[in-house]
Design a protein around this ligand. Structure first.
Ligand SMILES: Cc1cc2nc3c(=O)[nH]c(=O)nc-3n(C[C@H](O)[C@H](O)[C@H](O)COP(=O)(O)O)c2cc1C
Length: 206
């Protein structure tokens, strides 16, 4: 079946896209308002998009009433944020942090989480997270009702137990987001297959 997005409602298009482009990683973003209130919210329009320098993107939509979300407002104003990664032990806290809290109330307190200081940026990271990426705003671009935020990663925080020799990450199993609004997956069912070279492929065909 072909579906022309131009003939679909926003809701149907959103459903199709977010149920097909899966699983998506979850950026659990700490940001800080100019008056110092720390904000935390999850974003699954998130990915790594550059390695030299290190770039990540998140895309922040608007609230139903058309207002800007606190995360976008804070990042545009302060130019800094932290992407914390969400493992299964943090699922409930992540879910609570997605509720529509007023701007002057910290989601961290509501979700029983603690902050740990960042090194290169003002917003703190989530102390309970096994990995966090300190980011500086590289650019922000309107994408329809969304704001595409490109951040440069300026500091990694990785729990000691995850880090093996030669920067190998072992035993890290962040959650993924599947269909919206509330289906998730674990990343514990893995397989590891070496990449095939062209000569190997050619030999295999004989
Ligand atoms: C797993 C998950 C992923 C989400 N991904 C996004 C997203 O990519 N973009 C977005 O605008 N909102 C997303 N949301 C909704 C925001 O987290 C929610 O609107 C939040 O209240 C925004 O908070 P803020 O106003 O403090 O920034 C997501 C929610 C959940 C639970």
């Amino acid at each position: 079946m072909q579906i022309d997005p131009a003939l679909q409602s926003y809701a149907n298009n959103y459903k199709l896209l977010t149920n097909l482009v899966v699983p998506r990683p979850i950026a659990w973003v700490t940001s800080q308002s100019l008056d110092g209130v720390v904000n935390l919210a999850p974003f699954s329009f998130f990915n790594a998009v550059g390695a030299d320098p290190l770039y990540i993107i998140i895309s922040v939509g608007q609230r139903d009433n058309g207002e800007s979300k606190d995360t976008a407002r804070n990042i545009l104003a302060g130019g800094e944020f932290v992407v914390n990664l969400v493992t299964e032990d943090l699922f409930s806290a992540m879910n609570i942090s997605a509720a529509d809290f007023p701007a002057d109330q910290s989601e961290l307190e509501a979700a029983n989480l603690h902050t740990a200081p960042s090194v290169r940026v003002k917003p703190p990271r989530v102390a309970e997270a096994q990995a966090s990426l300190e980011c500086k705003l590289f650019s922000a671009q309107p994408l329809g009702a969304n704001t595409l935020i490109i951040g440069e990663v300026v500091m990694f925080h990785v729990a000691d137990h995850l880090l093996g020799p030669r920067m190998h990450i072992n035993g890290f199993a962040p959650l993924g987001r599947l269909g919206s609004p509330s289906v998730y997956c674990r990343t514990t069912d893995r397989f590891d297959v070496a990449r095939v070279t062209y000569p190997q492929w050619r030999e295999g065909k004989k």
